[in-house]
Design a protein around this ligand. Structure first.
Ligand code: NDP
Length: 478
């Protein structure tokens, strides 16, 4: 059985050394150009893909997730790495933009330059997919990266960096420093050019405060309390299967997993019956082919237990499971119904295999309740109507919406990912993810002298009068 790893030694002292090496490497990496970096990133990608079983084994050993889930995680991460490597040039290279009427004598262009050294702090729940969402895009944009994995998954972090060093010999473009939160704090203080944090909202605040001291910009990918809405015209079997996968998969330890379900009243009971049946048929375990594995940390197990007890104490109903479902290190699936909206199980991130299912009068109430959360990472909608789906997707306060699926965006590398509110800000993945780790630089080149030149000290009154006439014609009426 996979066991929890011993705490790694704190490498706080290693942080400045790694940053100095990364600074030295950043120039070399930027100098390789688009094609050189693409080749290097694809070499690393081939190594990860070729050794997928070994990496999945490392993930499984440190997190306790089943073999299939670990393999899927690597597949998704590699898909993003491949996309970032192949699209960086197209997204970031210098290109001409229209200069506009007032600057018609200028040729205008914008290009995206690397920031330098990016610090990446990652969580334990998807120790490859999640940090690579920042690392792949930061590297593809031409930056060096220093990565601090979670103290629960240091081996995965080291493995990734070792494979990089083999695939891309040369200066230390990508390094991992392990340790606990103190190592992460040292990385925040180290003067990196940007810090990409993925983890809880509370730690995100601490990270942001530390980075504020040196005016280090941050990307915060934090927690979620994602809702799934079931409309009366939905395929209830599909919706229940998705709720079960999104709620119980990975032991519920998925930032954009399903934590709340709002169901139109007319289909509430049949939906609940279907979900309950799936939950009863699901058991976690230590076997490689278990439906899901153990809770990765005892602290999170305690949070899950507290949320279940609070929901029941406030009048919620346990349709499947209950306090006895928590039998560390496992938590059996829990379906809670009619849970008051001010319960912890509705307001706070549970991060365990529990799902709250509440009835709603109509879809307006479903959106209202879904949006009442301080989090806003992702959401799902099940409906038979494309028009209803589009309407709900537009009204949901979330960074991503999946229609008739959960986590639909995870495997689509062109889609940016990130949240609103307490789920954080900034984007990883896609073109926005590449730009997140770049600095736009604008360049203008004067092609000819302006016919009406206002940018001079000895500006002629006639020129100003003509410009004012044109200005009125263009803007006072249009
Ligand atoms: P934590 O916030 O506990 O930790 C995240 C990372 O921050 C870890 O590497 C941790 O190190 C480090 N850290 C801890 N203290 C500090 C500090 N003072 N300064 C700098 N770094 C610090 O999150 P978890 O690891 O528990 O991950 C689960 C959370 O991550 C959930 O809330 C989940 O929703 C969120 N998440 C968000 C995702 C997204 O994309 N929005 C994706 C995946 C997860 P150490 O572990 O060594 O203490």
């Amino acid at each position: 059985m996979p066991t929890e790893t011993a705490k790694p030694p704190t490498e706080t002292d290693a942080v400045p050394v790694a940053i100095a090496a990364a600074r030295a490497a950043a120039g070399w990496w930027a100098g390789l150009g688009w094609d050189g970096r693409r080749r290097a990133l694809l070499a690393w990608k081939r190594t990860l893909a070729g050794r997928v079983e070994e990496l999945a084994g490392q993930i499984r050993a440190e997190t306790g997730k089943p073999h299939g889930d670990a393999v899927l995680e690597v597949m998704l991460a590699v898909e993003h790495l491949d996309w970032a490597a192949r699209h960086a040039r197209g997204v970031l290279r210098r290109r001409r933009v229209p200069a506009g009427l007032l600057a018609a004598n200028q040729a205008a262009s914008v290009g995206y330059e690397p920031l330098g050294v990016i610090g990446v702090i990652g969580p334990w729940n998807y120790p490859v997919y999640t940090p690579l969402g920042s690392i792949s895009y930061a590297l593809a944009a031409g930056n060096a990266v220093v990565f601090k994995p979670s103290e629960h998954t240091p081996g995965v972090g080291r493995w990734l960096a070792e494979r990089w060093a083999e695939a891309v010999p040369g200066p230390a473009v990508f390094q991992a420093v392990t340790g606990d939160g103190e190592t992460g704090a040292a990385l925040c203080r180290a003067g990196v050019d940007k810090l990409a944090f993925t983890g809880s909202t509370a730690t995100g605040r601490t990270v942001m405060a530390a980075c504020a001291v040196t005016l280090t910009p941050v990307v915060i990918e934090a927690g979620g309390k994602d809702a799934l809405i079931v409309a009366a015209d939905a395929d209830l079997d599909a919706a229940a299967r998705a709720a079960a996968f999104g709620g119980f998969g990975n032991a519920g330890q998925t930032c954009a997993g399903v934590e709340r379900v709002y169901v139109e009243r007319s289909v509430y009971e049949p939906f609940l019956d279907r979900l309950a049946e799936l939950a009863r048929a699901t058991r976690p375990g230590e076997e490689p082919d278990a439906r899901y594995g153990r809770m990765t940390t005892p602290a999170q197990t305690a949070v899950v237990a507290a949320h279940i007890e609070d929901a029941l104490a406030r009048g919620g109903r346990a349709v499947v499971g209950g306090p006895a479902a928590v039998r560390p290190p496992f938590v059996d699936p829990v379906v809670l119904a009619e849970v008051p909206e001010d319960s912890l199980a509705v307001t706070a991130e549970t991060f365990g295999p529990t799902v709250v299912v509440n009835p709603v009068r109509d879809l307006d109430e479903a959106v209202e309740r879904a949006n009442a959360s301080r989090y806003g990472l992702a959401a799902s909608v099940f409906t038979g109507s494309r028009r209803t789906a589009a309407d709900l997707a537009a009204r949901l306060r979330a960074g991503a919406v999946s229609v008739n699926a959960v986590l639909g965006f995870a495997a689509a590398p062109a889609l940016p990912f990130g949240g609103v509110g307490d789920s954080g800000f900034g984007r990883v993945h896609g073109a926005d993810g590449l730009r997140e780790f770049s600095r736009p630089k604008s360049v203008t080149r004067q092609r000819f002298a302006a016919p009406i030149d206002l940018l001079r000290l000895d500006r002629r009154p006639a020129a100003l009068a003509r410009a004012t006439r044109l200005f009125r014609l263009r803007h006072a009426r249009g």
